[in-house]
Design a protein around this ligand. Structure first.
Ligand SMILES: CC(C)(COP(=O)(O)OP(=O)(O)OC[C@H]1O[C@@H](n2cnc3c(N)ncnc32)[C@H](O)[C@@H]1OP(=O)(O)O)[C@@H](O)C(=O)NCCC(=O)NCCS
Length: 176
């Protein structure tokens, strides 16, 4: 059967939250775990929109807490798919905090989530192919291939010989 094709735009998600006293870490800042929960929901929406079915979080990479988020600030989460593999997808999520008094926004966080689509029997299912359109989407698509090789290598799910994107990336660095 021919594999369905989808664009990045079809599954992008923007979500907003406000930091309430119950979300804090005792210092007036948002707890990291609460932010990860919101990020997981936002990224999960993108994965479900792309796959058209239930998806589970298989892993999270490169979570950077770059700037604390204060109680009372608005948290803006923005997720999009970078690449669909066979049954898994890499979803990138970026987070900004908005100061309601000034309206200013600052980048606080970025992470890469891997989701796997599961059928009714709980087994992984092939997801639609992602067709990157803009130059930026094409770059994110290529970079996601390198990151996938890297994460599967580090988790000992593949051997170096089965990491072509990472090998090509390392060759580029060596020859530059
Ligand atoms: C994710 C899960 C479905 C993978 O099951 P599995 O038996 O390893 O399945 P497979 O070996 O067929 O792998 C399926 C896909 O997941 C990917 N994958 C599995 N573990 C991964 C990991 N830790 N990181 C990134 N990708 C992973 C594989 O590369 C494969 O991708 P592909 O089909 O696009 O090539 C299974 O480990 C699971 O159910 N984990 C728990 C998920 C969960 O409960 N999440 C919420 C946490 S509270």
């Amino acid at each position: 059967m021919e594999r369905l094709q989808k664009s990045v735009e079809e599954s992008s998600c923007v979500m907003s939250e406000i930091v309430l006293p119950n979300d804090g870490n005792g210092l007036g800042n948002l707890m990291g775990g609460r932010l990860l929960h919101w990020m997981d929901i936002c990224a999960s929406i993108s994965s479900r929109r792309h796959a058209g079915m239930v998806c589970v979080t298989a892993g999270i990479d490169n979570v950077d807490f770059q700037s604390p988020i204060r109680e009372g600030e608005i948290v803006i989460l923005n997720s999009h798919i970078n690449r669909a593999f066979r049954t898994s997808m890499e979803i990138e999520i970026n987070v900004w905090a908005e100061n309601t008094a000034t309206g200013s926004q600052r980048k606080c966080n970025r992470a890469y989530f891997t989701f796997v689509a599961l059928g009714r029997d709980g087994k992984p299912v092939t997801v639609p192919e992602l067709i990157p359109e803009s130059d930026e989407e094409k770059k994110r698509f290529a970079d996601a291939g390198v990151r996938r090789d890297f994460r599967l290598l580090l988790s000992e799910r593949i051997l170096p010989d089965a990491a072509p994107h990472l090998q090509a990336y390392l060759d580029t660095i060596r020859n530059s």
